[in-house]
Design a protein around this ligand. Structure first.
Ligand code: NOJ
Length: 673
């Protein structure tokens, strides 16, 4: 049994103020420093108002910023506080991920818990817990059980992030787009709309600040907006249809607010603050959880060759699914997704989500036979639970639905919530949505089902606690290249998302296009070369990666070898170089061999790169198989040529690489010792 290993190196709790927690700058200011002493959070009471600020390496990153809450009855919990007690702690552990961008994660921080009480009136209590890490901070609010605060309604969270300068930030709007499926835009903080987190901010000296949240379990998602055109970002919580943001009862905790402070893109992507601020794994036996590459009846539906609904073009038939299973088995993939297998797709399924059945297949989809056939070929069927946003209908059937999957060897399910609202009135990122998504993950875990969630609330690292939450959408993925009237995702999009949405967790982006014709919307297309499609398997992380094109488009194309061999589970990840919005070079080491894989992608500009292989083990020799653009490749008129060549490589190799416009390169660096 492969039990989740939680190797504790050292745990050191201290309940008195020690060196990392000192009074500073006046007797009401406390400073908490990170284990390396470089990140410093200061907390102060100014006329009873709680304020915090953050510095790193002597530089101010967050100026004095407010903390606290507004309640629904015009009441607030934000001022006239006194500190009644502070306790501090230090923690250091190394824990192991069942899957991920790296195997082991160090969780090393100093903590201070500040217990506040109102000085007058109801004398209510509010605790604020800060954790200082070497690469940033996290903090959360705790509402202790108390006589004068039992049930309460949060009308607003007053948390601020006051930036010292009008830095540039990469953002998508919170309410003007749907399901986080917008193109990212770079603009000064002071000009931001109300935007989603993670918000990635570029500082003027080449560093990064990323603001997000962790462990969003029973609360509304956090959005941010600048106060009156200033550089003070304020918190906006996605409301319920009632206008209330959060319904709560003491004892209660908020999610963690997280601030990564990174010197470069490699530090930004490799920060594990979000995962560390989630609870340890609750699934004791994780042996049924497997990263996988999968194909499926999907792109052909988006290209209108097939339909989800019944009729002459119905896609999820026993015959078609068997062909996909054969393809998956021949090409070393592990799963086959079948969308449109179940009753409920005929008619307006977005409006009639309550008609979906998750246990009744269409007559031309033989679950029993497909289960037998898939298992005889060593392939797992991937279920599809599109709800049309009708969570009530889904929750009514959820236990039976996952039991059905378990019975037929369907070990993962792609869930979906296509609708502007859940149950016709609540937002996906509201507390209502958050509660539903959590219920799905927990129920699926009971039946040993992995989840790939589309139209989610923005991820916040819950996969540490429930590693059956494999991947999520919440990004403008490759489906837009099938039907979006704006022409599809521009080439720069994939150079941005690893450093914005990608900070929130794995993305089910679904690349793999080898045929760039668009039979339905000829003006819309995948705006890359084939070599860039290959590179995306390394650059965009997910433990579930789709091989999305139609099987016939891969046949006899030697470039497909890269997709066959590229892993989906990694020991280590390095961002070699990059500029958000321009280009990225990512190297990852396979978890199960000594091989490395490198992906380089560019935007609409061709470029020449010098790739330094210094990440390789000095004592080992390698053969690098390079899949790159030809000199005449370009995404618009000539996306197909891929030059495949092999070179000897070691830690001293420096490779000249040409990336075409909208192009890329993928390299399999095979250890040959
Ligand atoms: C939107 C999802 O993103 C897409 O992948 C899926 O095919 C459709 N919904 C139908 O569920």
């Amino acid at each position: 049994m492969n039990k989740m290993k939680n190797q504790l190196l050292k745990i050191n709790y201290l309940f008195v103020a020690v060196f990392f927690f000192v009074a500073c700058g006046g007797n009401k200011t406390q400073c908490l420093t990170s284990p390396d002493g470089n990140t410093v959070v200061s907390f102060t009471l100014s006329n009873g108002n709680a304020l915090y600020s953050v510095r790193k390496d002597g530089k101010e990153f967050i100026k004095d910023s407010r903390l606290g809450f507004l309640f629904s009855n015009g009441d607030s919990l934000c001022a006239a506080f006194n500190i009644i007690r502070t306790t501090s702690a230090s923690f250091d552990e190394i824990w192991e991920q069942p899957w991920g961008e790296e195997i082991t994660v160090r969780n090393h921080y100093n903590e201070i818990k500040i217990e506040l009480q109102e000085t007058a009136g109801e004398k209510r209590l509010l605790n604020i817990i800060f954790r200082a890490f070497d690469d940033g901070i996290g903090f959360r609010y705790e509402f202790p059980e108390q006589e004068n605060l039992k049930t309460f309604e949060i009308a607003g969270e007053l948390t601020e992030f006051a930036l010292p300068e009008d830095y540039q930030a990469w953002s998508i709007p919170a309410y003007k787009g749907e399901y986080y499926e917008s193109l990212y835009k770079k603009s000064p903080i002071s000009e931001l709309d109300t935007v989603c987190s993670p918000l990635t901010i570029e500082t003027t000296d080449g560093g990064y600040i990323a603001i997000h949240e962790a462990n969003l379990t029973d609360y509304a998602a956090m959005n941010l907006y600048p106060e009156n055109g200033s550089t003070v970002l304020k918190t906006d919580l996605t409301p319920w249809s009632t206008g209330i943001k959060v319904y709560a009862q003491t004892p209660f905790v908020s999610p963690w607010r997280t601030i990564i402070l990174a010197n470069d893109l490699n530090e930004l992507v490799n920060s594990r603050i979000m995962l560390n601020l989630n609870e340890p794994c609750k699934i004791e036996d994780t042996s049924w959880i497997h990263p996988a590459k999968y194909t499926g009846i999907w792109w052909a539906i988006h290209q209108e060759k097939y339909t989800w609904s019944q009729g002459p073009k119905h896609g999820a038939t026993t015959k078609n699914v068997k062909e996909y299973i054969d393809f998956a088995a021949t090409h070393h993939l592990q799963g086959v997704l079948a969308e449109g297998w179940n009753q409920g797709w005929d008619g307006d399924w977005v409006s009639n989500g309550f008609d979906f059945s998750f246990t009744k297949p269409y007559p031309d989809f033989d679950t029993e036979e497909l289960s037998r056939y898939a298992s005889s070929k060593g392939i797992a069927l991937i279920g599809h639970h599109e709800t049309g946003g009708s969570t009530l209908n889904y929750e009514d059937q959820m236990e039976e639905a996952f039991a059905y999957c378990n019975k037929w060897g369907i070990n993962s399910v792609k869930t979906g919530y296509v609708n502007r609202f859940l149950d016709k009135k609540e937002r996906h990122s509201s507390q209502y949505g958050v509660r539903h998504y959590r219920k799905v993950i927990e129920t699926a875990a009971k039946y040993h089902i992995m989840i790939d969630n589309h139209e989610p609330v923005m991820p916040t690292g819950l996969q540490r606690t429930y590693p059956n939450l494999m991947s999520q959408e919440g990004v403008r993925g490759q489906e837009y290249d099938a039907w979006s009237r704006d022409g599809g995702n521009p080439p720069e999009h994939t150079t941005i998302v690893p450093f914005t949405r990608g900070l929130a967790g794995p993305m089910d982006f679904t690349f793999g296009t080898f045929n760039f014709d668009n039979p339905v919307y000829p003006q819309t297309r995948v705006q890359t070369t084939i070599a860039k499609q290959l590179a995306l398997y390394v650059v965009i992380y997910s433990p579930l990666q789709m091989v999305s094109d139609l099987p016939e488009n891969y046949v006899n194309n030697p470039a497909f070898e890269f997709i066959e061999v590229v892993p989906v589970d990694w020991e280590k990840t390095i961002i070699q170089e990059g500029i958000i919005g321009d280009y990225v070079v990512t190297a990852r080491k396979d978890k199960h061999s000594d091989d490395w894989f490198l992906g380089a992608i560019t935007d609409e500009n061709a470029r020449n790169l010098k790739i330094n292989f210094s990440f390789l083990d000095e004592s080992k020799t390698y053969k690098a198989k390079i899949f790159r653009d030809a000199s005449d490749s370009n995404w618009k008129t000539n996306p197909y040529p891929v030059v495949i060549e092999e070179i000897e490589a070691d830690a001293h190799t420096i490779l000249d690489l040409y990336l075409a416009t909208g192009g890329g390169a993928a390299i399999w660096i095979k250890n040959i010792d």
